[in-house]
Design a protein. Structure first.
Length: 570
């Protein structure tokens, strides 16, 4: 009884100390919530880490599914100070911590607390634990700063306690063990990897893949999707999925496999690999790895800073394939916590890759999603990928408030460039070759180019883009097979190219040319461009000035940037 009373008094004093000022919302530099491997006794430990500044105390809250997990204990991972563990109330756990006396506040990446749970014997499938709240008290001002991270860690549970045993030591290093398939839900399979030399390895059998795609859902593009989820494995630096090469034999892009790992999610189409790549290989291994920054030179390390670097590789029967395929696109997504400065301008958060010569190259499709906290991008080759952040501005954009933000974002993504480091020349006309280059970057258009227009120099910076536009059929050239890349592009030609590209990507539907009747200069539009312009007007991408489209006018660099920004962000 005395202990309970003392505990209540201490808790009250601690909360009075910590929560005596107004609450302000903030975003920490970095917050992670990771789970250990589920032990043989069914226990699992989750660790909450945050980057803090001048922290004197904190309160942390987490929620869990009490029907599947039993809360065992918690521990604040800071050596000194005073701690109160309120235990679990319903489905919520609360800790509070405070330093004592004149101890200074803590700054840096701090392991705050660990939560230990036990999987209930009748629990199956998966369950989630969510870090719902963190309130930090500043040492200098006693100000409370509150955040709601809502970081969820999903635990993959075995089908019954007999499978709760950890992986044995009989697996031969270098081989892929049979994964424990512990949850199947229609088109989704959850797998428990086995840790071998820092690599979490898991395998999907051909029979399971066939069954998954039979139950798979068809997306809006008519593609059947199936999903594999790999459970988190403590101490794993890489996750390696082994799958039968038959998935890619004669693939036509009608199936997609979504592979979720704790490092990243990757969506691969069944035509990702060419038959000459596969050869006689029986197994295809996809490897996702966290990369130590020290593999790069000092210049690259400085550019990357503390941001994560992830490497993707394809192996064929264990032998690395330098994968590149301009005919298909692989989608990649991973969680990222932006810094305070980055959150001021989240549109400028980008994806970079580091090539074989140690050069950083921007990936135009890289975006940060504020709603999900995910970085997403598309690629046609595998390499080292990281998050980049660069604010690019030009001194000649004064008076262009209607275009400044759009130009700067498109420049930071590597889509558009100035005529120099400081000047953009917004009123200058954009050439046909330059617009096609920007269009292919904006929409991520790629192809294996077999031929090009006869007036395109092979060493021209826009040569590949022009070849792609010809190959996929959005640009036709004139009767002499010429593109006239250096000529200014007029508005109706620009809109025709854009409309064809969007229809090809499935992002635009056809309309009737009667949609243009409200424009006084409709009759100035050349017949070949009527439907293309109508498509863009109906979609809202092109608006004109209300009564005119000016189809034969040249397009300025600023106008092109704004139009392509609209396409890029939608």
């Amino acid at each position: 009884m005395k202990f309970k009373k003392l505990r209540s008094i201490c808790m009250a004093l601690l909360l009075t100390l910590i929560f005596s000022h107004d609450i302000h919302v903030f975003a920490t530099e970095e917050m992670t919530f990771n789970a250990s491997h589920i032990e043989s006794d069914g226990s699992v430990t989750l660790t909450a880490t945050a980057e803090v500044i001048d922290m004197y105390g904190f309160e942390i809250k987490a929620s869990f599914d009490a029907t599947k997990l039993e809360y065992l204990s918690g521990k604040v991972e800071i050596a000194d100070g005073f701690t109160v563990d309120q235990g679990a109330t319903g489905n919520e756990v609360i800790f509070a911590y405070s330093r004592t006396g004149q101890n200074p506040g803590l700054t840096g990446k701090i392991k705050l607390a660990t939560f230990k749970f036990k999987v209930k014997s009748n629990a199956t499938g998966s369950t989630a634990v969510t870090w719902t709240s963190l309130t930090v008290v500043k040492a200098e001002t006693s100000t409370k700063i509150k955040s709601t991270p809502n970081i969820t860690t999903t635990l993959m549970l075995n089908e019954g306690s007999s499978q709760n045993q950890p992986p044995g030591n009989s697996t031969t290093p270098g081989t892929t063990p049979s994964s424990s398939e512990f949850s199947t839900d229609k088109e989704t399979v959850n797998l428990a990897p086995t840790l071998i030399n820092g690599v979490a390895k898991f395998e999907i059998k051909e029979s399971a893949l066939i069954d998954m795609f039979k139950k798979g859902k068809t997306n809006e593009h008519g593609v059947i999707q199936a999903e594999i989820n790999a459970a988190y494995v403590s101490s794993a630096n890489s996750y390696e999925l082994s799958m039968p090469s038959s998935l890619f034999q004669l693939g036509q892009g009608k199936k997609q496999l979504i592979i979720q790992t704790p490092l990243a999610a990757i969506t691969i189409p069944d035509n990702m690999l060419k038959s000459q790549d596969i050869g006689n290989a029986a197994q295809v291994e996809l490897v996702v790895s966290a990369v130590d920054h020290t593999v790069f030179n000092e210049s690259v390390q400085k550019e990357i800073g503390n941001r994560p670097v992830i490497e993707f590789n394809i192996l064929l029967d264990g032998k690395r394939l330098n994968w590149k395929n301009n005919e298909v696109v692989v989608n990649i997504a991973f969680k990222y916590s932006p810094t305070r400065d980055e959150m001021k301008n989240p549109e400028h958060i980008a994806i970079w890759y580091v090539d074989g010569e140690g050069k950083i190259i921007k990936i135009p499709s890289g975006k940060y999603d504020l709603a999900t906290g995910m970085m997403t991008f598309n690629t046609t080759h595998f390499s080292y990928y990281t998050v980049g952040y660069e604010r690019i501005s030009f001194e000649d954009l004064v008076g262009y408030s209607w275009a400044r933000q759009q130009i700067e974002v498109m420049a930071s993504k590597g889509i558009i460039e100035g005529i120099s480091d400081s000047r953009f020349e917004p009123d200058g006309s954009i050439s046909r070759g330059d617009f096609i280059l920007l269009l292919t970057k904006t929409l991520g258009l790629t192809a294996d180019v077999k031929s090009n227009f006869n007036d395109i120099p092979t060493n021209a910076y826009y040569a590949e883009a022009a070849g792609v536009a010809k190959t996929i059929g959005i640009a036709e050239g004139d009767d002499m097979g010429a593109l006239q890349p250096d000529q200014p592009i007029i508005r109706q030609d620009l809109m025709t190219l854009l409309s064809r590209a969007l229809i090809l990507k499935g992002q635009l539907s056809s309309a009737l040319d009667s949609d243009l009747s409200k424009f006084d200069d409709m009759k100035e539009i050349t017949p070949y461009a009527l439907n293309a312009i109508a498509d863009l007007v109906k979609s809202g991408i092109v608006q004109g000035d209300g009564t005119h489209l000016n189809p034969r006018a040249e397009t300025t660099r600023a106008e092109a940037a704004v139009l392509l920004y609209r396409v890029y962000t939608n």
